[in-house]
Write a protein that binds this ligand. Sequence first.
Ligand code: F6R
Length: 358
Amino acid sequence: MAMTLDDLDLIERGDPHNVRDVLAGFPRQCREAVRLRATPALEVARPPLVVVAGMGGSAAGGDLVAACAEERLDVPVVVHRGYGLPPAASGRALVVAMSYSGETAEVLSAVDVALERRLALAVVTSGGTLRERAARHDLPTVLLPAGLMPRMALGYLLFPGRTLLQGAGLEVATEVETAEAVEIVDGLASALAPEQPSTANEAKQLAMAIGERLPAVYGGPVTGPVAYRWKTDIEENAKAFALSGALPEMNHNAIEAWRAPGAHGVHLVLLRDVEEPPAIARRFAILRELAGPAAGGVSECRARGRGRLARLLSLAYIGQWTSYYLAILRGSDPWTVPLLDELKRRMSVEGPSDRVLD
Ligand code: F6R
């Protein structure tokens, strides 16, 4: 397997859309994304609630913003994945509609509801119907460069989300923390790229350790959303099943599944964070003791950096590369998502969205 991932010709053949270049360019994407601003500018007083409406890869940007917000804001930042908006999105709440393609039905319906309720509303998109609708209503819009798969545009979604909230008086990460996050992914880019041999490449090592097994990725209370992101990246890039969860919650349920006879076919991946409280570190240690012997293998991946944003983004970036190498190992094109595309196509031709809402 090491041979496979160190064979650059084989990687090239397994990656006809050059996802490796997109991932290697992620630090550049982040630097560019930090500078993006909304036009017209978002002018709102500090809202009592922020709802980020997004799905899939676009929602992942919202998840990281929300995870940072939890640390320092007295205002909840909620990621809404679905049609419409929850009733709590009312009054002075701010809605940020994120859809990289601008064609996601759920996000468009959230925008409709936000307009109906006359909520403060900002948009992050690369185009499509969402861009048109935003232009029609003169909504503050961060326009992103097009051409990526949404899940590979994490920087473009995350940093403008942070900037928009900053403009609304909500600082989820300081300038210093933002710069640190970009610097950390910059440092990781060459360490995780295909040219870096598997002996010194953490993402290749993780992918090889997982191999043919089912990955179960567990984070802590802060890194849990990133564990979910690993799962979705593995699903979409490697076209493979993956499990995810977060401590302490999984200690209360999923842990029992490790007694199942199939546990040896599952590979445990623990996302660790220097800032995890001692009780969480102990829970990870006990989980390893209890589930480790039953698992097919155990790997740990440690967040980099000091600030929460850097720690979360570094883990997400390592996950992107790990899922990329898993795709190569499993012979699947890490770019295409044929079933997702087909589902969207059928939804668009098969009739009214209100049937979905029944
Ligand atoms: C595809 C991907 C998906 C999309 C989702 C929503 O690369 O990551 O999870 O993010 O289907 O589409 P967008 O992000 O365009 O609103």
